[in-house]
Design a protein around this ligand. Sequence first.
Ligand code: ADP
Ligand code: MG
Length: 490
Amino acid sequence: MSQVPSDWEVVIGLEVHVQLRTRAKVFASSPWGFGQEPNAQVDPVVLGLPGTLPVVNREAVEKAVLFGLVVGAEIPERCAWDRKNYFYPDNPKNYQLTQKDFPVVVGGRVEIELPGPSRNVMGEHKSVRIHHAHLEEDVGKLSHAGGGSLIDYNRAGVPLLEIVTEPDLRSAAEAEAFLRSLVAMLTQAGVADCDMEKGQLRCDCNVSVRRRGDAQLGTRTETKNLNSISSVRDTVIYEAARQIRELGAGRSIAQETRGWNAELARGYVLRDKEDAHDYRYFPDPDIPALKISRETVARLAKQVPENLYDRQRRYVEKLGLPYTAASVLVADRVLAEWFEAAVAAHPANPSGVANLVANDLLRDLTAAVPPIPLSACPIRPASLAGLVKLTDEGVISKQQAKEVFTEMFNTGQEAAAIVDAKGLRQNSDTGELEKIIREVVADPSVAKSIAEYRAGNEKAINALKGPIMKRTQGKANPGLVDQLLRRILG
Ligand code: ADP
Ligand code: MG
């Protein structure tokens, strides 16, 4: 990653477009989805045919409100739609319905976490201000090929939420962290799926640079239509380096709109300020302004899930989880809830449960062919808790627990049933163990280790444990062996 010279500061503001998770389009009843035949998901309203009128999709508005509540924004009582006029065939009506002056969501903040100094150490946290978020309709897709152009209106009218940040981000890493956090919040609240492969999240990236200490922001460029987090990161790195080079050479930055070529890993000018569109916005006469009742807001507030980082702090501080396990679990709400259900069944050892969930369980789910979703997990949370409990009680060793886990994963059986069927129960019969230990201790081959232990070398005791475990076929409870051995040796 190219380094920004220390006397320069990079400033980034993002405009993120996300397709909301709704059944129907934003002003029409037509369903929408990815991978359909071109123009299969259109209707007269989507096509803007004469005599049709748009009707606002309540589900889309509610998802937008829910997003606002997730980020602690203000939800004004009234929102309204405007026409953004332009003539281009991706848009069947020659205008796009959007919200210019009265958006659904005003303000709010997104907490982000920067990478720590190493994987198991928590990085710095920072709060990024949201300027506003407004609803609009997506447009169709043009393909230019073979000397002609093809139009697919399946995407036209899909509900989009445009989330606009304040210029609060200061590096490519911060932009990346912001998008990851935003995606987690949107998906965990069920507002959007954010599947970037399907174009469900696209981003315009505004970048400027200034000398460190300058109060004024520099002139920015806007790179349009980035469809992955990595291309946002690469754009910031590329643009910052380009602008610093230009300013360093005594030239100025033009406030231009740019594109990004991910294959060549370079940006290019789309249009400069002189070609700026005049969209002649005006209030849409077909859609009345919408009043968002406080009852609706209160009802949706109940759907706001626990904030990702609040949950992470709770896991680390209250449950005593290592940071790495906590951060893996909170990244996925379903996984976090699965973990919590297991902890509820065995509250004594959250770290033991977390370790199996974040490592063994996730590994085996993803390694399966095809990968198994957590919703179809062969192990239930309470069953996993049962396995941890058996280990904690010393019924089986940690090593045996791994074996039992694999068997549980493959067969869906309970831990206790597997332990019994395989005869894995550790030997905790004090009388029988004591007899074996006395025999081992009496063997002349271990006399030297015993003498060393008695002379104060703590570790020498371990040399006796091997033969004991061997005589019990590994079934002796290690804790009990240690305890008895110390007592017998005095
Ligand atoms: P416009 O109305 O022309 O789209 P806005 O002021 O609404 O411009 O800003 C659009 C986006 O650009 C916002 O995310 C904002 O944070 C960001 N932005 C504005 N000025 C700068 C700047 N000088 N450097 C970086 N980002 C900026
Ligand atoms: Mg803009």
